[in-house]
Write a new protein. Sequence first.
Length: 364
Amino acid sequence: MDSHTSEEKRQGALWGLYIGDALAMPVHWYYNRNALHQDYGWVTDYLAPRNPHPDSILFRSHYTASGPKGEILHDQAPYWGREGTRYHYHQFLEAGENTLNIKLGSVLIESLNGCGGYDADDYLGRYIGYMTTPGSHRDTYIEECHRNFFSNYANGIPPRQCGAVEKHIGGLVGMVPVLAWYAAQPEKARSAALEHLALTHPGEKMAGAGGLVAELLLAVLNGRALKDAILARIEAQDHPLVGHPFRKWLDDPDDWVIGPRLSTACYVEHSVPAVLYLALKYHGDPEKALVVNTNLGGDNAYRGGVLGALLGAEHGRSGFPRRWVEGLRHPPAELAPPAAGRWLTPGRVTAGAAAGSVGPAGRS
């Protein structure tokens, strides 16, 4: 029987999101597992990243702002596009620190608490302000979704229309605070979370993956066992991402499943099933689940964020090792209970948004 309160489950989902990302951060996007273990050993605790990163593609990554409104690299720009270098994607982060997408989760939590619910225009204003302000964060790598958004924004496209079609699991981590906020109102939660996802990760594949993750997380937040929630979807065979022989794989070594059968890359058609496999196999052991995920490499940080959120919703913050809870550099803020009458309707458009501007925290 689930002994955790609704509030413990909501906060647990946020802590799991942050912990899963921070644990994998130093070995994020290591696709060569031998190199991962040679550089860091078997990762069980927060570690600081080190240069060089053997699988880094920063040397062939490029972004040129088309105006001040599109400037998002700031002091990290010198580490981009330099032939012969292998800079770590997160080279200036400290042990226990989160990557950019999770830091943006903190921006979202501030918006939720400030507005008493989800307001896309308020979030967009905060997002634009955060990304265009030098020194807001120290992460070197900025994913393509953000680069596409700000390329469009700098060219005068309204913020709600700046997202480009995406299919990377990094977009799903941003849904978690919205789902936790509206946990007691599943329909509103799903609608608001998918609206948020589409701001930077529009497209059918992302909406499909986001809908599945949202429904699973909401089921667990509302008291259903994680294992049961996943098995129900597998048995129903009502979604393309649950069409793998997960039960058959449970007896196999993890590195026979994730890598050979499910790619370790970021694309949702592989990364989401990888999360489901790990959540099903290790549903009762959050520590082992996140350690295994981290050491499998690939896009382990954002797999870890989604996996951690599911496990945190089941076990609460107390289900994670104390060393991880205490060692997290910037823990998630608590979600304020929504005040009576302050629920915002997902999709609400303010007068400013209709005119193509963003909310009060943004920049025109």
